[in-house]
Write a protein that binds this ligand. Sequence first.
Ligand code: AMP
Ligand code: MG
Length: 310
Amino acid sequence: DLKSEFLMDTIVTVTVVSDSEKKADDAIKRTFEEIKDLEGLFNFFSPESEISEINRKAAVAPVKLSVDTFHLLEKALDVSAKTDGAFDITVGVVVNLYDFHNKTRPSDSLTKEKLPLVNYRNVILNKKDQTVFLKKKGMVVDPGGIAKGFAADRAIEILKSEGIGAALVAVAGDIRGYGLKPDGKPWKVGIRDPRGESIDDIIATIDLRDMAISTSGDYERFFIENGRRIHHLIDPGTGYPARGIMSVTVVAPLTVYTDSLATALFVSGTEKGLKIAERLGYDTLMIDEQGKIHMTDSLREKIEFTKGNI
Ligand code: AMP
Ligand code: MG
C-alpha cells in the first residue's frame, strides 16, 4: 500500500507492507496526521508555528517549547557541534534573502550585514525549563535542513507502533525504511545523477536495511546567473552557496541525522566532509563539481553503480 501527500512543503510518500488493507490504511492515516502536527510546530512561514514564535521573541525572551521542537533544536545543535558549524540552523536569515522562484539573490553588502546573525552558539537551550532563547535581535532559526528527517523518523515510529512489519517513508529526499519488501528483498533507493534530466536518472542504488538515507544537492532549489549556479545550501561561514560539490548522500540509522548531515557535508566539501563522515561512522557518497565520486570505504560494498562511466 502506497500513499503520497503534500506536507512540509514537499511530497511525503509512505509505503507499507501489510496483509490487512485496513491496518495499512489506518497506519498511514495516523502517520500523515502526525507529520501534519509536526509541520504545525516547525513551519518557518506560518506565523502560528512554534518556530515563528521563537523567531519573534529573538533577543526578547526565552520561549517555552513543546517536547518535539525542543528535541529538534537539540539535534540541530548537536549536528552543528559535530560538523564544526557547517550545519547551522540560524543560517535562515541569509537563506531567506534568496528567491529561487524569481531568481534573485541578496547584494554582497546585505549578505555581509546579515552574516553576524548566523551562529548556532547564540541559540540557548535550557533543558530544565524546556526553553530556547535567541541571543541576537534579528536572528532566526530555520529548520529546513533537519525537519524533514525528523518527520521521517517520527513516521517510522508510528508505523512500527501500529504493528506494520515493513515500510518505506520518503519526505522528499529524506528516506527511511525497515523490514523487507513483499518480494523478500530489502528496500532499494536510487541516487540521482545531479545533472540528470529527471529524478529517474540515477547513477547508483543502495540497499536500505533498516537504515535512513538523505541526499542534498545543488539541483534541488537553484537558478543560474552568469553561468554560476546559485543554490540553497549556504555556507554559514561565508553566507554564500557552498562551492565544490553537486550532491552528498549520507546513510545512517536515523533520518534526522542523514538529513542534517547531508546538508552539512555538502558545505564542508569533499575532504573535510569525508573525514567527518568517517569519524561518525556513516556511509557517505559525494559527487564533486567535476562529477568525480568520493565515498567512505564502508560504502563500497553496499552501493551498485548503474552508469558505466563511473
Ligand atoms: P536539504 O535540502 O535537506 O539539504 O536542506 C536545505 C535547506 O536547509 C535549505 O533550504 C535551508 O532552509 C537550510 N539550509 C541551507 N544551508 C544550511 C546550513 N548550512 N545549515 C543548516 N541549514 C541549512
Ligand atoms: Mg538535508
